[in-house]
Design a protein around this ligand. Structure first.
Ligand code: ZN
Length: 561
């Protein structure tokens, strides 16, 4: 089936409610495991249909935000979703009390029970209203970010457009663009401060009402982290300080030399080469054609998926008026197909989409038959392993995308990843400290950020007159507002992806088999177990981080660019 032929039918809330109520009654009445399992399976079929419709609306709205029909449907689904979530949590309560729980564990695996246990813990009637308030605050932030207009280059433009000037090879342009960007946040600092302050207090209150000491553990539970706690994460951050920060400092100094600067400032750090980052040698048609060749060559499974994506038109890649910004990969239950969305703009990022988002799509494709859908896809930290590893597994094909500049693409990719780990840890410690002391004032939070920057990114200098000295960098890290504690996940996955790369250089077949194994298990296991299934080491464990970073630094130093 082609994507455009999938029919959207508006989900009927009354029918859904009825199905839940009927399922709960039937589940309680069933006197055998088989009986309960049948009710469970039938309920999941309906949930899967609803999920298909949600995704269709999400995709069709983002590919054309002017479409009034899908705009309305999106509002409708957003409106009924909390009610449906609540109905599902009512079902989970009954499910977890089943006298046949061990049979369920046996059939679907222990992790499903953990996933449901956490889903059950994070919601109650007492907090529904507060959660609605939290969502509203989060949207207010989104609006303030999305509608922001700035003046630059004597043109009025959306805030997001400034970002493309950050990479300008003209130093004055990048400096100016960075300051205009910072000035927007400085100008609206009262609004951002109020939104964040209310978010912190609301989240703290939700946590208290649910019986938590503060928001930290609730944040972890919301992310479905059943196998590690903030203690392991804190130790991991310490290792980043010990093993990665010194390398990042050296790397920035190398950049300074490469860019022939006396002092490297924050606005220089995103540039790697004096004559610019490598650019893809063709547009969408060319890149898709090369990606098709690459995935057909990589394995029969990747070739099969790539061809299915092309034949069914399960992607929308190039930037166009009316498309929502960003990129993502999602899975359409009803069609059993992933969908890749992006905004190609002629930069190195276009190739990253074809590797990173394809990695996500490949994982969903490999685990699409796992039931129920709640354990089909893993948590964020494990999900990013599949996408980030694919970025490395695609290295041997980069010449066809970047021509003679392909080695530069390795350099900027690895350099970016090394510099990213300390920044990711900085964002993470900031959030822990903020939720530990919810009564901190906005000014204290900014001072805290400045302190943490000294600790994690000591070589990243701001000019004396820069507004960035006001401790505001975190305000445009949207995860902090929308999805607390999520950010560190990218760093955890990166440390595993680097190990995949190492193994790929040593023994390609072994590396590929390990990768496929991790893709196939979907979300049947927790993060560390998935890492173990691939035969890799958890970033939390012993010397994993130290050894992995020393490998990547060594590779980087040996690339001739
Ligand atoms: Zn991703």
């Amino acid at each position: 089936m082609k994507f455009k032929d999938i029919k959207y039918v508006r989900p009927n809330l009354d029918e859904i409610k009825e199905k839940y109520i009927e399922s709960i009654t039937k589940f309680k009445e069933a006197s055998s495991f088989e009986g309960q399992d049948e009710v469970f399976t039938s309920l999941n079929e309906m949930r899967s249909e609803f999920d298909t419709m949600m995704n269709l609306v999400y995709i069709r709205h983002s590919t054309n935000t002017f479409d009034e029909f899908y705009d309305k449907e999106k509002d409708y689904l957003n409106e009924i979703s909390p009610t449906i979530e609540k109905l599902f949590s009512d079902f989970i309560k009954v499910f977890l009390k089943s006298e046949f729980i061990n049979d369920f564990k046996e059939k679907y695996g222990e992790n499903l029970i953990d996933v449901y246990r956490l889903k059950n813990k994070i919601i109650s009637d007492d907090v529904i209203e507060l959660i609605a308030k939290e969502n509203k605050l989060s949207s207010e932030y989104g609006k303030l970010m999305g509608t922001g207009m700035v003046e630059f280059d004597s043109k009025e433009m959306p805030l997001a457009f400034l970002i493309k000037y950050f990479k300008s090879l003209d130093r004055d342009v990048r400096r100016e663009a960075n300051e205009v960007h910072a000035a927007y946040f400085d100008k609206h600092s009262e609004e951002f401060d109020r939104i964040f302050d209310e978010l912190v207090h609301t989240r703290h209150e939700i946590a208290k009402r649910l019986g938590y000491e503060n928001f930290i553990q609730l944040g972890y539970d919301r992310l479905g982290r059943a196998s590690y706690t903030h203690k392991e994460v804190a130790e991991y951050r310490e290792k980043i300080i010990k093993y990665v920060v010194p390398e990042a400092v050296k790397l920035l100094d190398k950049k300074r030399e490469m860019l022939e600067l006396d002092t490297l400032y924050n606005y220089d750090a995103v540039i790697t080469f004096k004559d610019g980052d490598p650019k893809p040698v063709g547009g969408e048609e060319y890149l898709v054609k090369e990606a098709k060749k690459m995935y057909e060559d990589m394995s029969s499974e990747t070739g099969e998926l790539m061809n299915a994506l092309i034949d069914g038109e399960y992607f929308d890649l190039s930037a166009r008026k009316g498309k929502a910004p960003g990129g993502y990969c999602t899975f359409i239950e009803g069609a059993k197909m992933p969908f890749i969305y992006s905004n190609f703009n002629g930069t190195q990022g276009d190739v990253d989409v074809l590797t990173h988002e394809f990695g996500h799509s490949f994982q969903t494709y490999m685990s699409m038959n796992i039931e129920p859908m709640d354990i089909r896809f893993p948590g964020y930290e494990a999900a990013e392993i599949h996408s980030m590893s694919m970025e490395y597994l695609a290295y041997p094909y980069m010449k066809s995308f970047f021509g003679d500049d392909y080695k530069k693409s390795y350099y900027s990719h690895m350099a970016f990843n090394i510099l990213f780990l300390p920044y990711g840890a900085c964002v993470d410690e900031f959030q822990h400290r903020v939720y530990e002391e919810p009564n901190m004032t906005p000014a204290e939070r900014k001072a805290l950020w400045t302190d943490l920057e000294k600790k994690y990114t000591p070589a990243l200098k701001y000019e004396d007159t820069s507004l960035m000295n006001k401790g505001i960098r975190w305000i445009w890290q949207s995860h902090i507002f929308h999805n607390p504690f999520y950010y560190i996940d990218y760093t955890l996955a990166e440390v595993v992806a680097m190990q995949v790369y190492k193994r790929d250089l040593e023994d390609h077949k072994y590396a590929w088999d390990s990768y496929i194994k991790m893709c196939k298990v979907g979300g049947k296991y927790a993060f560390e177990d998935i890492v173990k299934i691939g035969g890799f080491n958890s970033p939390f464990e012993g010397d994993t981080l130290k050894e992995t970073i020393s490998f990547i630094v060594d590779r980087l130093e040996n690339i001739e660019v």
